[in-house]
Design a protein around this ligand. Structure first.
Ligand SMILES: [Zn+2]
Length: 71
């Protein structure tokens, strides 16, 4: 298995951050490879906040701990 270069990994992280910002802002973001609209579990949804593809090919957990204190 080929290791990804540091540049490729940083690019991927950047791409995910962009997707995350759009989805959290309420924008409709479609996955280019499967055409599905990404879904979003809010902080108060009773689940771990995350962005995911209904096709099960993307899942990004969102950590709020650094932004807000939890009781
Ligand atoms: Zn997908």
């Amino acid at each position: 298995m080929a290791r990804r270069s540091r540049e490729e990994i940083l690019k991927e992280v950047e791409r995910i951050q962009e997707i995350r910002e759009k989805v959290v802002a309420g924008e409709e973001v479609k996955r280019p490879n499967c055409g599905q609209t990404l879904m979003f579990f809010q902080k108060d949804s009773g689940r771990h906040p995350e962005i995911f593809c209904p096709n099960d090919d993307l899942e990004v957990l969102i950590e709020y701990d650094r932004l807000s204190k939890e009781d």
